[in-house]
Design a protein around this ligand. Structure first.
Ligand code: ADP
Length: 610
């Protein structure tokens, strides 16, 4: 308690307001007082560290730079001691007695402007600095000895109501001790495990030792404070596991150190597995934000674009205020700049990985490829940078999903005008599809897309190196015409012409258009897309998403050279011909790996088995 030579001071009005709010309005996140005190202590230590570089006359120069936490269970007191710059009496009055911090000022205004007292969440967002101690303590003593050689130690005491007292202190060591006499309901902060947990959560990577008793409880050194060259792969991996609780190593880490336009360090990881996303429930963004080594926020959405939400890691910046609020994060220009820089670096790094380590890149692609496709679909501005990251299985990639668009175009011959792709359920199914017959025969590479999202992306992509994307089921394939094709329908035999009309009338419920085409070899028929709109696979996906029944009407192409078709054209026997025409429609489905009305199919084939 204050001694005989103590002097009493009233708090300035603004502090009184702040204290009132802290004690009466804010009733969650009380634990952040520890983060605030440790962060102040860290600042004080950083200042000494800097000063000692140039000033030989520093008080207590050889004092180790550290923070100590002491628990006194008998007296219910918690003490946080640092060996930082300390404060002179004048500084104490000046600095502790005013609200210097702009974040705190803003906090005060925000909270004053709120109509109701629904401010509990704000404190976690703003932080209120030193005065947050009065959330958990009903009496606080601060003793401090400045680094200035001729300064006297001072003692500051307050119960957080209207005033504080100053007196002389016996303290000899440089730095500051803050002792909290905890309120009854906050005696949890006398438990070592609780303190350790809070340090682990908020302050694990402070750059000075935090000692509890004699034990160091924070990380020996913030990993990202080390120069890149001094960090081993194991250390990168350990850090990843610590921040994600993953037990496997990441596939890849990108370590970014930037000085301009914003000073920051970022460690960004590609995890070994994609995050789980349930329908309509997106995975949380995985990047933590630190300001000046102090933890600010988990899952910071503003640091990376949405499609990169599978990445994990952290960003620490000197250029972000410590008490930055959520709203401020959203609009902070420096965070926007960091987002731009790291997005570009991550994409570049992935591109480079794709060029230098195919095996590792294909792991990334296998797990997270759909996020990258999502990016191509949703981020028009980044599209060109993302295209080199795409990988596909093609008819020439030997079943490995390792073909790039660039590689595809480089393998094209001079007459090929477009990039061709086929969409189906599996590579095996596609390789046997009649849709590919023409392309296989003419040695034209086809991308084998097994994800309907691929189709959606291709449909929307502008030409790549001036080559359009064309689905092989498209009615207009933009292929050089053979002599056969140049001769139009007029050259068909009468019986073939009649067959076409017959097919149209027999299948009028199931088929929009019927044509003879020249893209088939072994197969008698296939489906094509006459209107040129959405492909069948995309239609299926879109209708399913909207809970609608899938439109089944298709366009049917017949092979005018196929013996089955020729025989069918000659077979004028009404009923049998009709049945065979219906079988053709089933056949086109089977070739797609689908079954259309299985019972009708069973009835139609039974006679042929007896
Ligand atoms: P902020 O840290 O956001 O500026 P605070 O209310 O927490 O606001 O602290 C006000 C000032 O008091 C600090 O800027 C600093 O100058 C001084 N201060 C607080 N804690 C310490 C400490 N442990 N050692 C030295 N100075 C301190």
């Amino acid at each position: 308690m204050a001694n005989a030579t103590s002097e009493s001071f009233a708090f300035k009005t603004e502090i009184q307001e702040l204290l009132h709010l802290i004690v009466h309005t804010l009733y969650t996140h009380q634990e952040i007082f520890l983060r605030e005190l440790l962060s102040n202590a860290t600042d004080a230590l950083s200042k000494v560290q800097f000063e000692s570089l140039t000033n030989p006359d520093l008080y207590d120069k050889d004092q180790p730079l550290e923070i100590e936490i002491e628990i006194d269970n008998k007296l219910k007191m918690l003490t946080i001691t640092d060996t930082g710059v300390g404060m002179t009496r004048d500084q104490l009055i000046q600095q502790i007695g005013t609200i210097a911090h702009s974040g705190t000022k803003k906090f005060l205004n925000e909270i004053k402007n709120m109509k109701d007292a629904s401010a509990p969440d704000l404190i976690g967002q703003f932080g209120v600095g030193f005065y947050s101690v009065f959330m958990v303590a009903d009496y606080v003593t601060l003793e401090t000895r400045s680094m200035e050689t001729d300064a006297a130690a001072v003692r500051w005491e307050s119960d957080g109501s209207g005033s504080y007292t100053l007196s002389t202190s016996e303290r000899r060591r440089r730095g500051t001790s803050i002792t909290l006499k905890l309120k009854k309901e906050f005696e949890e902060f006398l438990e070592e495990s609780r303190i350790k947990q809070l340090i682990n959560q908020y302050s694990n990577y402070l750059p000075f030792p935090v000692l509890l008793g004699k034990e160091r409880v924070n990380q020996p050194e913030a990993l990202w404070r080390k120069p890149k060259a001094d960090i081993s792969e194991d250390e990168y991996n350990e850090f990843y596991k610590q921040i994600t609780n993953d037990y496997q190593d990441p596939i890849f880490v990108e370590d970014i150190a930037s000085e301009a336009p914003v000073q920051f360090r970022a460690l960004l990881y590609v995890p070994p597995r994609a995050p789980v996303e349930f329908a309509g429930d997106e995975a949380e963004h995985g990047v933590k934000l630190y300001a000046k080594r102090v933890f600010i926020q988990d899952h910071c959405k503003q640091l990376l674009p949405r499609f990169l939400r599978f990445m994990r890691g952290m960003v620490d910046s000197e250029d972000i205020p410590l008490n930055v609020s959520r709203e401020m994060i959203q609009n902070d220009r420096n965070i926007l700049k960091i987002n731009k820089v790291i997005t570009k670096k991550v994409i570049d790094a992935l591109k480079k990985l794709g060029e230098t380590d195919e095996e590792a890149y294909l792991k990334v692609w296998g797990q997270h490829g759909r996020f990258i496709k999502e990016g191509v679909h949703s981020e028009a501005e980044l599209r060109d940078k993302l295209l080199p990251l795409l990988r596909y299985t093609t008819t020439k990639s030997e079943r490995k999903p390792n073909a790039t668009l660039e590689g595809y175009v480089s393998r094209m011959n001079d007459t090929q005008k477009a990039i061709y792709y086929a969409v189906g359920d599996s590579v095996d199914q596609l390789m046997r599809s009649p849709q590919l017959e023409y392309f296989q025969k003419h040695d034209i590479e086809v991308i084998l897309a097994t994800d309907p999202l691929d189709d959606l992306v291709f449909t929307q992509l502008p030409p790549f190196q001036e080559k359009r994307f064309i689905n092989v089921e498209s009615g207009d394939l933009d292929l050089p015409k053979s002599d056969d094709e140049k001769a139009d329908d007029a050259s068909l035999s009468d019986s073939l012409k009649q067959l076409k009309d017959k097919v149209r009338s027999v299948l009028q419920e199931q088929v929009n258009e019927v044509r003879f085409g020249h893209h088939l070899e072994k197969a008698p028929c296939r489906f094509y897309n006459a209107s040129g709109g959405m492909s069948h696979a995309v239609k299926k996906m879109v209708f399913q998403m909207d809970g609608l029944s899938i439109p089944m009407k298709r366009d049917l192409e017949l092979n005018p050279n196929h013996p089955l078709i020729l025989a069918l054209a000659e077979n004028k026997d009404g009923e049998d011909q009709e049945k065979r025409i219906r079988l053709l429609f089933h056949l086109a489905h089977l070739a797609e790996g689908q079954v259309f009305e299985p019972q009708e199919l069973a009835e139609l084939i039974t006679p042929y088995l007896s």
